[in-house]
Design a protein around this ligand. Sequence first.
Ligand SMILES: Cc1cc2nc3c(=O)[nH]c(=O)nc-3n(C[C@H](O)[C@H](O)[C@H](O)COP(=O)(O)OP(=O)(O)OC[C@H]3O[C@@H](n4cnc5c(N)ncnc54)[C@H](O)[C@@H]3O)c2cc1C
Length: 457
Amino acid sequence: MRIVIIGAGPCGLGAAHRLAEKGFTDFAVYDRHPYVGGLAASFRDGRGFLWDFAVHVAHSHYHYIDRLMEDLLPGGFYHHERRSWVSEYRTFIPYPFQYNIRHLPPAYRDECIEGLRELAAAPARPPPSNFEEWILAGFGRGIARHFMFPYNRKTWSIEPRLMGYQWIGDRVPTVDLARVIRNVEQGLDDVSWGPNHTFQFPKQGGTGAIWKALAARLPSGSLHLSCALTGLDTQKREARFADGSRETYDHLISTIPIPRLAELVGDEVMIRRARQLRHTHVHVVGVAPSFPIPEPLRDKTWIYVPEEQHVFYRITPFSTFSPDHVPDPARHCSFLCEISQPGDAPMDAPDPAPATLRGLRESGLVDADPATTHIFHRKEEFGYPVPTLDRDAILGDVLPALEKLNIYSRGRFGGWKYEVSNMDHSVMQGVEVADRILGGADEITLPQPNVVNAGKR
Ligand SMILES: Cc1cc2nc3c(=O)[nH]c(=O)nc-3n(C[C@H](O)[C@H](O)[C@H](O)COP(=O)(O)OP(=O)(O)OC[C@H]3O[C@@H](n4cnc5c(N)ncnc54)[C@H](O)[C@@H]3O)c2cc1C
């Protein structure tokens, strides 16, 4: 039996690692890039700055992943406490926003409380039918207007009413009115919510160091970089690559975006269906001014920016994660600024760096002089898989049709389920599909996101 894996991101590497761990070595991994790690790779630029493609928090839902990380980089992680904030109205509000609205200007704070009181007094309603209704039903119109709507519109580049809410699970804290009022009246900050309250980050080499270490463990000769899959013959079970080489397979594990895979399979019905899946483009603008990290940003792990006039939806003071990220922390700091675009927008949009620097200055976050600030810019066509209302129906058509051809599409854009598309989930999608192919074990992560997100497995 020969297994071919397309993509050397966390999912493809997870599958390969599991096969090798089980003593199966008749496999090969291919990636179009000259590096491993996919969206979770890190890049050291010519000036000595290290950049991730946006902040990558290594939080895990699986004991298997905890053991793997420690084994890959023994003692190689810093353990950080999450201190996330919202920046708007030129003030900082600790996250979760809904429990810290006392920091808002008083009129907006009262509007948020009023919205929650209306909810508490309202009669029972039928379950929401989309994300917009879910937000209004859970947070009230004030929190919706001042945070949930603008932030989600910016991140997803789509109206919340076009999205489902099945993906939310443990990702968004719901609201307890009594707790909100207590925090306002007693002047309390309430921050210790959520699954990634503490997280680990590699001391050296950024997030990409994890994937380099994992790739280094694969059997020699099994990893082929700079080798893009360009064609598939599903009858002959043959994969064709840009350099002219070919590989026959019994099973193909693909981690490339589903619409691209459907085009390679060449089935018109599948292609049309797969194109209905929505995604975002993501740009990351790395900003490195020539001064050490400013005092107000020193205690912040990342900052959500809902205001429409600023181009980015989140910024991360990346040099606070590890001194390895800048040549000299006494003279430099660095920020990752994330920008979202709809998946059908042209990829050659104007350089977002000037608007990023302007937004940082006008929001009062970072006053970086464009003349002396070092900039890094990277864009990815596939950034976020959008959980639209019809997503599960589309996946229900496409994924089983692929499996009939012995093609298993897994990972962030191979499975297209945002709720199980973080690094830990992606590795486990690879591990579980490898176990299924080798021994018929049931997969859990892709078919049952709520089970894996309910607690550590
Ligand atoms: C902005 C942003 C922030 C994120 N933050 C976090 C976070 O905080 N924590 C977290 O856990 N996760 C985070 N993630 C998610 C994380 O990046 C993914 O979980 C992970 O990279 C998915 O791994 P994957 O292998 O499924 O896909 P990818 O990383 O997309 O890997 C797919 C691979 O397939 C290759 N490929 C594509 N087409 C071809 C082809 N034709 N031939 C050969 N190879 C091909 C690509 O080059 C790529 O290497 C974030 C992602 C983004 C975009």
